[in-house]
Design a protein. Structure first.
Length: 368
């Protein structure tokens, strides 16, 4: 199969972790006989530095003409004082809208080798396998009007949280369909006691649930859900929620399973899927070779699963990550006192090697 992918390295540690994800994708292509066709384009601060536009037209064109997009990270403190349309993050928000990627899937999975990395007691985190389904194109991140107005000292900031029934229905169906393939449970998270958006959300989700009798639906306020996520994480299956709540809860889920650096994501629903690690650009450690590339690598696995329907190849990457962690390899965010930390590139190479091990004959594997 031809795997036509646009690569957006982005800012901060984005280029470092994306390079390792591409290394692993190439290993998969070699092992399984696929052809990997890549185009690299700028986004965010890198694009601002090059052409003063966080999402250049040729970047959009490359993304729309590919089969999938792999993104590193977006964000740079150098542009914090820029107007909204010239901030790196505006490029990412525009890209999601251009691709029509309304459903953001963020898995938080327990790896046995990382049991000691969670701040929770082992018996609490053991077995955690959560899929957060986050609505990505609505809510306060996209609602209008938005502004900061008034004279200094008297300024007023406005953001608008907005959702239509159709937006809620389509993300709810994604969550229920995925839950039907997993353990059959959806927890819909809202703030219906104070927000009209959440009241509509709860009403629509309840209605859609009737079409999925094999899936059990429960509702929870977001503050209560955050508490339960650290009290009983292994009891969660699919969490369905709106844009801002999903952003916050997925970061919390990353800490629960050991490190935000372990979380990949898929943004799907439009013509082209967008895949990126959850951790952000982390400018404070950029260029030091210490970033954890596993979130980007696991995003590449999701890319194979959702854009190319290559389940065996996706599972091969996930199994390789599991084996590398089980062997004791750790980047700095995962290493405990007395453990040696490997570099970003070394971790990527180890995962790529684990993928290639799959192609060796059984006798050769045993001898190596």
């Amino acid at each position: 199969m031809l795997l036509k992918v646009t690569i957006l390295p982005g800012d901060g540690i984005g280029p470092e972790v994306t390079e390792q994800a591409v290394l692993v994708l190439q290993a998969v292509a070699d092992v399984f006989g696929h052809q990997l066709q890549l185009r690299h384009k700028p986004i965010g601060g890198a694009a601002l530095a090059a052409v003063n536009n966080p999402l250049p037209a040729d970047t959009i064109e490359a993304c729309l003409s590919s089969s999938a997009v792999l993104l590193g990270a977006v964000g740079s403190p150098a542009y914090d004082r820029n107007p909204n349309h010239l901030r790196p993050e505006s490029g990412l928000l525009r890209l999601r809208r251009e691709l029509g990627a309304f459903a953001n899937l963020r898995p938080a999975t327990y790896f046995p080798a990382l049991e000691g990395c969670s701040p929770l007691r082992p018996e609490l985190v053991r077995g955690t396998d959560i899929l957060i389904v986050r609505e990505l194109l609505g809510g306060a991140y996209f609602g209008e009007p938005r502004s900061i107005e008034g004279p200094a000292g008297l300024r007023v900031a406005t953001n608008t949280m907005r959702y239509g029934e159709g937006e809620i229905e389509r993300i709810a169906r994604v969550a229920f369909e995925l839950a039907a393939q997993r353990r059959g449970q959806v927890l819909s998270v809202d703030k219906a006691n104070v927000l009209e958006c959440s009241r509509l959300w709860r009403e629509v989700v309840t209605r859609i649930a009737r079409d999925y009798p094999g899936v059990k639906l429960a509702h929870q306020y977001v503050d209560s859900a955050a508490m339960l996520l650290v009290q009983r994480p292994a009891e969660f299956d699919v969490i369905l929620t709106e844009n801002m709540f999903g952003d916050i809860l997925s970061d919390q889920a990353g800490a629960v399973v050991g490190s935000l650096g372990m979380l990949g994501s898929a943004s799907i629903g439009g013509s082209v899927g967008l895949y990126e690690p959850v951790h952000g650009s982390a400018p404070d450690i950029a260029g030091q070779g210490i970033a954890n590339p596993l979130g980007a690598i696991l995003s590449a696995a999701m890319l194979l699963r959702y854009s190319f329907k290559l389940e065996t190849e996706a599972a091969c990457i996930e199994s390789a990550v599991d084996r590398v962690l089980a062997s004791g390899s750790r980047t700095r965010d995962l290493a405990k006192a007395g453990q040696n930390a490997v570099s970003t590139s070394a971790m990527g190479q180890k995962v790529a090697e684990a993928v290639r091990e799959r192609a060796k004959p059984a006798g050769q594997k045993a001898a190596s």
